[in-house]
Design a protein around this ligand. Structure first.
Ligand code: G1P
Length: 289
């Protein structure tokens, strides 16, 4: 029997430099895809996977995210007065119960590993999930739910993986695995952002993880890795050999919404996938072809 995954960390302190000027005064996690901000997709995905505790590792200038998950008293009252019940449902349905979202500030951008370490006291030593809101996945079964199902089979730690073009390995955490084409690839090594020539495979980690709580004892050391940052991948690599550790080739299409092209593609794909938007989206696309 595995321990149930109840807690998820959302690293949301990043500056969003790949999406300037849009993200100068607005958190990148508040960029919208169709009609919802990225952070809402991530929270809804976590809820669908059974998460009960939502921990945002946030930073300066990110308050609009907290407001998005708070009660908007004035807006609620106005919608109620006008009898706009479907709009009211839309803004209330995605809110986790009061107190379920916790916020901690990272203070300094020292790397993803450091961001996750900032949540240590809220996690303790139980296995937990991580969702990066920039990585948006379109599919039938929410990506984190697929990871939870894989974790229930294997125990230990599981990360979501996909193949990337070899010339892009230096953007990702890359797996060394004896079975790179299997749906569940056993992890025997992990390297953060290797040059294409040094990459042990093209199987890369995307922003969905289930990690054993023991990863904090390695993050605690604050060792710097690729780019001079405290890397989560390096701490994860220390778990190899101590427990089962797999990469799951998830079912679905991933969009890197931290980039302008990934975000645009996501808007088109998500819009086409929605029954209420499909016809309109096709019409717009035809107009600009
Ligand atoms: C981070 C991780 C990397 C992972 C990537 C997925 O990199 O360090 O291992 O492959 O997220 O999106 P970042 O995108 O923060 O540079």
């Amino acid at each position: 029997m595995t321990v149930r995954i109840k807690k998820a960390v959302f690293p949301v302190a990043g500056l969003g430099t790949r999406f300037l000027p849009a993200t100068k005064a607005m958190p990148k996690e508040m960029l919208t895809v169709v009609d919802k901000p990225l952070i809402q997709y991530a929270v809804e995905e976590a809820m669908a996977a059974g998460i009960e505790d939502f921990i945002f590792v946030t930073g300066r200038g990110k308050q609009s995210m907290e407001d998005h998950f708070d009660l908007s008293y004035e807006l609620n009252a106005t919608l109620e007065r006008r009898g706009k019940t479907s709009e009211l449902d839309q803004i209330n349905a995605f809110l986790p119960p009061p107190g379920a979202i916790k916020y901690v500030r990272q203070r300094e951008a020292l790397g993803l590993g450091h961001a996750i370490w900032c949540a240590r006291d809220m996690i303790g030593d139980e296995p937990f999930a991580i969702l990066s809101p920039d990585d948006l996945v379109l599919g039938n079964v929410p990506c984190l739910k697929q990871l939870v199902q894989a974790y229930e089979q294997t125990g230990g730690s599981v990360v979501a993986v996909m193949d990337v073009p070899r010339d892009q390995t230096d953007r990702y955490g890359i797996l060394d695995t004896p079975n790179p084409t299997d749906q569940l690839a056993e992890i025997r090594g992990l390297i953060e952002k290797p040059k294409p020539a040094d990459a042990p495979s093209t199987l890369s980690i995307i922003g969905r993880y289930i990690l054993d709580g023991s990863v904090f004892s390695h993050l605690e050391r604050h060792e710097k890795g690729a780019g001079g940052e405290i890397q989560l991948t390096d701490a994860m690599a220390k778990l190899i050999g101590t427990q089962p550790f797999h990469g799951l080739r998830f079912d679905g299409e991933r969009f890197d919404c931290g980039t302008k092209e990934g975000w645009l593609a996501a808007n088109i794909a998500f819009s086409l996938a929605r029954a209420d938007r499909r016809a309109l989206t096709e019409e717009i696309l035809a107009r600009y072809r």
